[in-house]
Ligand binder design. Structure first.
Ligand code: DON
Length: 305
């Protein structure tokens, strides 16, 4: 398996030159665009890996999966569904283009920035510091890595330059969808996006989603199967933004990308996958990462459709 992974990385390496690292968060522009790594936890719970799979990168939008799960665990399906819908927007992750519609929960989903920011309000905690700590704790638990930390420089970089997210959050407030202080909600969201992980962590988290809330390595159940189904279904339709339809055709399993270059793959009842390649395509998805997953999916027949 390690040999297969290595040969797929070698085949896809040239795609790293066809994408661009995110620059709208200045600190992310410093990342080496040539990095490429993968970590797979297969059936039988064997760990296989290749390339830069232990390099750390910030979760960015991959954390939207954790925000959705934490909101579901803390507030229940009905409240989550009432605040943020589940339909694909067909628009970029940070879109403002709601001009033909009022901003309502029905026309956003948990995987676009507006939806994730709104869902931070449904995480339990008296303060946003407490809500963030719950989210970090859950991420550490599912990744089976108690040492996960925030990259302070990326966090500060987002805090200083994240005016588009600020605007989106004020829109949520203007439309009565959130009520708490915008800066506090955003602080939780920015810090969540700046949690540092590696491919192993993403594969480990993906594995728990794949096994519907139970960690097959430890035997511990962390959340109910119906919550895993909610998250996995949302990933399948919205996890790769306005590239989700094409990803479903070419790769064929639930996944979540982030502008840090990570992608978490969930193969229901079978595997968890983490990929890292920071050069991105026009949707903000890892260019080489998507190609690596497409090849792996064909090789191992991972498509669920
Ligand atoms: O809020 C943002 O814009 C970033 N912290 C996360 C966006 C992101 O990762 C989109 N992903 N592909």
């Amino acid at each position: 398996m390690n040999l297969l992974l290595k040969s797929i990385l070698d085949e896809c390496r040239h795609y790293t030159a066809q994408g661009n690292v995110a620059t709208y968060i200045p600190q992310l522009a410093k990342v080496d665009p040539n990095k490429l790594g993968i970590y797979v936890i297969t059936e039988g719970l064997y760990d296989s890996f290749a390339g830069d799979c232990f390099d750390r990168f910030t979760m960015q939008s991959v954390v939207k999966t954790m925000i959705l799960l934490q909101a579901l665990m803390d507030s229940g399906i009905e409240k989550v569904r009432g605040l943020v819908g589940v339909e694909a927007t067909g628009k970029p992750f940070d879109t403002f283009n709601y001009s033909d519609q009022a901003l309502t929960g029905a026309n956003i989903n948990p995987m676009v920035n507006t939806g994730a920011i709104a869902l931070c309000t449904l995480i339990r905690g008296d303060t946003y510091e407490e809500k963030f700590q719950r989210l970090l704790g859950l991420t550490r638990l599912l990744a089976d890595d108690p040492d996960l930390q925030v990259d302070e420089s990326v966090y500060r970089s987002e805090q200083e330059t994240g005016n588009k997210n600020r605007a989106l959050a004020y829109m949520l407030k203007a439309y009565g969808m959130i009520h708490d202080p915008v800066e506090e909600i955003l602080d939780c969201y920015f810090r969540a996006c700046s949690i540092l992980v590696n491919c192993r962590d993403l594969a480990r988290i993906g594995l728990v989603f794949a096994h519907h809330g139970r960690d097959p390595k430890t035997g511990k159940r962390h959340f109910a199967p119906e919550l895993a189904r909610y998250v996995n279904a949302t990933l399948a339709t919205c996890g790769m933004y306005d590239g989700s339809g094409e990803f479903a055709l070419e790769v064929g399993f639930p996944a979540k990308s982030g502008v840090g270059g990570g992608i978490m793959g969930v193969i229901p009842k079978r595997m968890g996958i983490g990929v890292f390649a920071p050069a991105l395509d026009k949707h903000g998805n890892s260019k080489a990462g998507v190609q690596v997953l497409a090849r792996l999916s064909r090789e191992l027949d991972l498509g669920i459709f």
